[in-house]
Each structure stands twice: as C-alpha cells, then as structure tokens.
Write a new protein. Sequence first.
Length: 353
Amino acid sequence: MTLSTPMARPMSRRSALAAPAPRTHRPTRLTTGCPFEPEPGAAVSVREWKGDEDLAQLGSLVPVTARPESFHLQTRTARFGSFDVTYMVHGPLRFEPAADNFGHDVKTLRMVVVLDGEVVLRTGDALHGEQATLRRRDGALVLGWAPVSYTAAAPARVVVVDVPVDHDALVGLPETAPFVVGGSETALLSALAAFALDLLRQDVETLTPAVRAQVTDSLESLYSGTVSTLAVPSGGDWNRRSQRMHVVRYIATHYADPQLGPTTLAAHLGMSKRSLQRLFEGEKMSVSQLVQAKRVDQVLLRLRDPRYAGTSLDELAVLTGFGSALALRRAVQAATGRTPSALRQEALTGWTA
C-alpha cells in the first residue's frame, strides 16, 4: 500500500457529487492503524492499495477479500472534530462482516452514500439475514459493531462518514437494526455526500480553528439530521432520542443568541420547560450545560484564531452568545482556569513562532 496523490477521475454526471481534487501529498508511510482515519499528525491522508501484497496488508487491518489481480482501492480521508470523512474509489471487493467498528478503536456509526456503482449490504445468512442493494445516491446508516458485509461486484465510488456512537450530536441513538437504508429520494443523504466531498476538496491544512469549528458544526447538523431521517422508530423511546438530537442541532446553530436557554428551547419545540429537562435526565449534560459548553467551545476557538486577534472581548461575547465580556471571562476561567487574554497571547505566540 502506498500513500499517494492520484484519485480516479470523476464521472461528470452532476457537479455536486464530483470527486474531490486533492492537493499533492508526498507518500509518507504504510498505514498501521485504522485505514479510515488520517495518518497520525496529518490533516488529510491519500492512500492507494493495489495487487496481492497490498491486499494482504489491508486485510491485516480490516477483513477484506478480493481477486488479487484486480484488487484496487483508493481513499482520501480527513478528520473534522470527531468525524472521519472518506472518499473511496474501488474495484470489485468485499469487506467481511467482522463487527470491528470499521477498524476504529471505539464503537462507531457509519453513513455510506453510493456515488456510482452498486454496493450490497448483508447481515446474517441467506435464509435468516437481511440484504440491501445500494445504487447511485442511495445510502445507509450502519452500526460498526454489527456483523454487516459490504460487497461490490464491479467498480464503485462511495463516500463514508464515521463518528463515535457516543457523540453528543447523536445522544442515545437506538440500536434497533444492523443497518438502515435510505433511497436516492432522501434529500439529506445527497446533501451530506455533497458537503463531505466539498470538505475533501478544501486545503484542509490551512483551515483556521474557527473555520474548522464552523465546518464541523455544519457536518454535525447534517449527519444528525440524516440519522433522524433514516433511523427506525422504536416507540416512545426513539421519539425522546429524536427530540434530543433536534435540541442539540438547534443549540449548534443558535448558540450566539444570548436568550437561548431551556425556556426558549422549550418554546421552540412546543413543550414545557420541565418536559424538555426530562428529555435529558440521565444524559451527560443538561440543556443549560449543553448551551454553555457550545458557547465556551466557540469562544476558545476564536481566542486561538489569529483572525480574531483584534476583536474585543465585548465583540466576542456578542458572537458567542455570552452577552457581556464579564460573562465571557467567567465562563472561560471556569472552563480553563486561565484568563481570555492569557489564552489569546499564548495562541498568538504560537502562530508567530
């Protein structure tokens, strides 16, 4: 296996799902970890496996079978927050039903969208299992800890987005089926694939922390929205989880509103404040804590971003929903034990070094 630059030419059907045009990346070293994560220390990794020797090397990382003489797989992977986004071009192959979370070290949820070609997902045997065929613009939500095989009898192009199942944007996803399929008419699937491909076209290494945070927020919103669309209802329990995901998405896009809190969120959802609070009983954070955590994350990113070096704390407070410089200072010191000025100076020193 080599880390290389070329990727297969896209088929010019619709520009929204054209393949990314990667920057030139020098080969570094063979992958020894998960092939669906960037190499350690890299913002993006371009990889290529071809032939018998590379098939064996990849098979030592994730169980895959193919004809050695025709085996070929190219990938481009970048990480945004907790999300690993991968564009794959491959010939005929089969990823075996290993239930190994696609090679990741944690329980992982995968969204796969087919751009060209045909992919078959299967769990269980021919008599008692389930099977689904994904064609162009079809997609599926796949549980990484379930034994699901992925088979392509001919060349295919796909995009996959992996995220740990305990990610806050998913808040208690129900585990009711090994995979759930969405057809080409599912608008959010195409939107997610187009957005993911556009991210992979970017000069990822040069993105500032604030831009990466904005990109990650958008990716979270699209991903959780697609999950809500595809996930199979399971009674009242699923309804509660779906509502929690909606709350998290709303916070991600409205944290800059200084009035955002349990009362306004409850009014937006058409429920009482107490009912909203009960949705998060037993979760890691309450509604108020989720709002505060999002605001703190956003202000820390801006304090460390040189583009905001001349932005006053009052202005940052407006941008991040704190309302006042005093509230911002208190939140930052409570979260980090340091003042905003000290964090900003440290970041600027690092940028100029």
